[in-house]
Write a protein that binds this ligand. Structure first.
Ligand SMILES: N[C@@H](CCC[C@H](N)C(=O)O)C(=O)O
Length: 284
């Protein structure tokens, strides 16, 4: 099985172009391929498949084998792959994902995709749809439209805003983006009972209304260098909490994403790069 190693701001993927359907036992394959010691090594295994409704279909499996509904960085990668390796006739393409059909605009220079803008759709703020269920629901405070609650770990309360971008996120504002928070508290909140489908956990430091730094503990993966859907959730939560504009630069460990939550259609747009690393062939 031939593959390309790609990344979006260091969030790395093994990308496989399949002519018809997913391979058998894809969950086990994802775990095997993503292993950083005995496999290729990646945060996720991504498939490009044919689509009847869009230019291509994308499916994404986390490194623990679970399937995710959404992945902003992987959508940018498959869009670049499509233009540079499959069909370079259009700079506006459609990608079918579990989230729905996503519109993509490619910024191309001399045949190379430099930036990819992805329509990440409308944020989902209804608790049951995120999903988030709170044991302290009576204490819940609704700020703007975002659900705002807290989880307590070792007597320390962590206030979060829950947002779904097709996949669940909890955004937590902190004073310092430390390893102890991301790698120590991140996994505990990811698996807390308030998130029945677990959640991606974003720790954020808001510098100004249009500049936010974040680190992320991803569901089914661990800490990653970047999370596109997470950056969108961060902008939405920060805006609803009155701390950010509708458009901001989100600084991640792997670089910057521009996030723009447009008033006219309530859709969140993410703009950033995608890169090829190398190509190879998987042996069985
Ligand atoms: N890195 C991604 C999100 C990948 C899926 C996530 N781990 C989940 O399970 O929801 C992004 O760039 O959005």
């Amino acid at each position: 099985m031939k593959f390309h190693k790609m990344h979006g701001l260091g969030n790395d993927f093994v990308v496989v172009h399949m002519e018809d359907t997913l391979p058998d036992d894809v969950l086990e394959l994802a775990k095997k391929v993503c292993d950083r010691h005995t496999g290729v090594g990646a945060d996720g295994l991504v498939f490009i498949l044919p689509s009847e409704q869009a230019d291509l279909q994308m499916r994404i499996f986390n490194s623990d084998g679970t399937e995710a509904q959404q992945c902003g960085n992987a959508v940018r990668c498959v869009s670049k792959y499509y233009y540079e390796r499959i069909d370079n006739r259009k700079t506006k393409i459609m990608v079918e994902t579990k989230r729905g059909i996503q519109s993509i605009v490619l910024q191309v220079e001399a045949g190379t995709v430099k930036q990819v803008q992805v329509d990440m759709g409308e944020p989902i703020l209804e608790p049951v749809q995120i999903p988030v269920k709170s044991p302290t629901i009576h204490d819940q405070v609704v700020i703007g439209e975002t659900i705002y609650d807290q989880v307590v770990i070792k007597e320390q309360a962590y206030a979060f805003s829950a947002v779904s971008m097709g996949n669940p996120h909890a955004v937590i504002e902190v004073d310092t983006l430390s390893d102890a928070l991301v790698n120590g508290i991140g996994p505990k909140i990811e698996t807390n009972e308030v998130f029945p489908e677990k959640a991606n956990i974003e720790f954020i430091d808001i510098h100004s209304p249009d500049e936010i730094s974040m680190r992320v503990w991803e569901r089914g993966v661990g800490e990653t260098m970047a999370c596109g859907s997470g950056a969108c959730a961060v902008l939405v939560a920060s805006h609803l909490n009155g701390k950010a504009a509708r458009k901001a630069t989100i600084h991640l460990l792997g670089g910057d994403l521009m996030i723009d939550w447009k008033e006219k259609n309530n859709h969140v747009y993410m703009t950033g790069p995608a890169s090829f690393v190398f190509a190879g062939e998987l042996t069985t």
